[in-house]
Design a protein around this ligand. Structure first.
Ligand SMILES: N[C@@H](CCC(=O)N[C@@H](CS)C(=O)NCC(=O)O)C(=O)O
Length: 221
């Protein structure tokens, strides 16, 4: 069976947005998989991959790391229910992936940076604080005064997606697909780590999120 190496916090909490994206792809394609929990400080568990990030998939012939490589590999090896339907959807999902990783996740980080310690312990907590404070060249607390304005800006930033969901029900069109799986990973990250109201209750993105959750029976694995 495929194994997904998945970032893990306290109480077996799975919070990696990139791993959530891959989990959605696996569930959508109906591929059986199990997850291997990896704490921030447990790099020895993924040393076989010669790099230090998840997601990683292991299969009978080896392993694949990095979300984009994994998605390509899944479509090539499991041809039922393709994630890439045509070149337009391939291009748009690439755009969403880069927008998410380069712009949306860094904004969301400012919102939940100070909540993430609550879901970590011991060496994982030390690792998180050390690596992230080095990355942002200062204390995590610098984001605290701006949390509500960052949430407001984030809601504006994702307006184009709101329009697509209003028009089509899903980002991929009238049925859920890869574009939805990429975008929902943002919200899974905040839902698992944070305790803020990222979206208004009457936002159509809230309905979209709840709907996908139900459709794919998402749980904490
Ligand atoms: N480009 C990579 C990004 C992977 C990535 O940043 N993974 C994070 C979790 S979402 C990670 O493994 N972090 C561990 C660390 O910071 O040590 C992908 O999409 O697969």
């Amino acid at each position: 069976m495929l194994k997904l190496y998945d970032l893990c916090g306290k109480n077996n909490l799975r919070f990696s947005p990139a791993c959530w994206n891959i989990k959605l792809c696996l569930i959508f394609k109906g591929i059986p998989f199990e997850t291997v929990p990896v704490g921030f400080s447990e790099k020895h568990k993924i040393a076989f991959s010669n790099q230090d990030l998840v997601p990683i998939i292991t299969h009978k012939d080896g392993f694949v790391c990095d979300s984009c490589n994994i998605i390509n590999w899944l479509d090539k090896n499991y041809t039922d229910k393709p994630l890439f339907i045509n070149s337009a959807n391939k291009n748009f999902s690439h755009f969403l992936y880069y927008w998410t990783s380069k712009q949306l996740l860094p904004e969301l980080f400012k919102i939940i940076a100070n909540d993430i310690p609550n879901i970590l312990e011991k060496e994982d907590l030390e690792y998180y604080i050390k690596t992230r404070e080095t990355r942002i060249k200062g204390p995590l607390s610098q984001f605290k005064p701006f949390i509500s304005s960052t949430i407001k800006n984030f809601r504006k930033l994702i307006s184009p997606i709101r329009t697509l969901i209003k028009e089509n029900r899903y980002i991929s069109g009238n049925v859920p697909g890869l574009e939805d799986f990429i975008f929902i990973s943002n919200f899974k990250w905040v839902a698992m780590c944070g305790n803020c109201d990222l979206l208004d209750n009457d936002d159509c993105i809230t309905d979209w999120y709840n709907n996908l959750h139900k459709t794919f029976s998402l749980r904490n694995y």
